[in-house]
Structures are given as structure tokens and as C-alpha cells.
Design a protein around this ligand. Sequence first.
Ligand code: BTN
Length: 249
Amino acid sequence: AAIQYGSTAPYGIEFHDTINSTNDRARELADAGNTGIAVVADEQTGGRGRLDRDWAAPAGGIYVSVAISPDLPPAQAPIVTLAAAVAVTDACRDVGADAHIKWPNDVLVPDPTAERGGTKLAGILTEMQGEADRVSWIVVGIGINANVDPDALPPGATSLRAATGDRIDRSRVTRTLLERFHELTAAPESVLPAWRDRAATIGRDVRVETTTGAVEGTAVDVEFPGALVLETDDGTETVLSGDCEHLRP
Ligand code: BTN
């Protein structure tokens, strides 16, 4: 395997040189009752992003999906995605990148002059299966542009290597990421304070596309289980999910 792990990884690891999508594989494992396993691949041929988008996943990136079965009602599942965003940010900072979170879970290097407020280092795709009152599993899929050439990425994206100028130790980033994710999900009350601390979105003028229309305003806070609080011309609005764009200053 190209990515080596120490004995401290909090999850079992299933490694693939190449795979369609680590999220699909983690879902398959979860459906069979196997949670607590991180599926890791060197490259993906059918990587999926949020909102039915494709996710470019060439060799050199970090592609990992973990299935967990937390004791949560489905409505609280977004807190797990926010935990993943904090874990990814810490893993990127650990190798020297100036990583911040764009709500809800994009990890970027802030750049006020860039489209959407920054250049994206990583994305998170969360999928869930649940009954009415309890989640049966949540798959958190994380893609980090580690040693990928930015020319191989869509506009607005960058890589850890480009952001830091150094070749990235993918094992180290993956290990930090999984350890932090494990710590944060074990202490859900620690997630929002950590998220706020790393946020690029709080204090920014934003536009959020939701299924019921667009909302514009100043982002003032994030609330459990992950809603964005906006001050708009019509007062305070809370948005639970959507596609967020940082407006230029
Ligand atoms: C996004 O920003 O749209 C989310 C991107 C999530 C990509 C990761 S890569 C590992 C996992 N497997 C997938 O097919 N998608 C996620």
C-alpha cells in the first residue's frame, strides 16, 4: 500500500490502490453491519461530490470514507459533518497549510479576491441511513487534494502541496485526520466551538442557495446541529443546508 499507517489509527483500515468511490465501498460495509472501518484509496475512478457533482480524484490525493454508527437522531447528523471539517482542517494545518472552513464543510485557503472566497483544499460528502429516531450509519467521505497538481483540479481548487510548497506525507495527514475525527465524534460538545474557531464564513457576507431559494446576509454564527445563522435585511435567518458562497468584500 502506498499509504502506511502506524498502530494508533482509531479505525480499521481497508486500502485500495484504485476504486470507484470509497463512499460506495464504505456504504456497502455499513449495510453489512461493518462500521468503524476507514476505506482508503490512492485514486478513485468515480469519485462523488456534494449536490450530485463529480469529484476529481487523481493519484496523489487522499480519499477516505469512514462509516460510523453514532447514537444520534437523523436530524442531528450534520454535527458529524462539521466534526469532519474540523478534523480535516487540523490535519491540513498540521502540515503547514492555512486551512479554514467554509460553511458547512469545505476546507479552503482563504483568499478574499478568489471566486467563492478561497481556494478549496478538501471536500466532505456525508451520506446517512436512518430510522425515525436513530441513525443506523453515517458515511463520511473526505477528499483532500494533497500532492495533486492544481492543473488537474477544477477552477477554484488548490492542493496542500501548492499551498505549502512541500511534498505532503499523506500517511501523516490521514492519521491526524482520523485521530481528530475520532476525538471530536466522541465529544460532540467540542465540535461547534472548534468549528467556529476555524471558520472562514463567520463575519462574511454570504449567499446561500437552498432548496427553497437563495438567502443573502452576513453570517454571524453556527448553531447545533450545524445551521448557519445569517443577519439579513429581513432579520435573522437560520439555514440548515445549502450551497454557500462568500461574497467579495
Ligand atoms: C464536495 O466538496 O463536493 C465533497 C467531495 C467529497 C469527495 C470524497 S473523496 C472520498 C469520498 N468518496 C467519494 O466518492 N467522495 C468522497
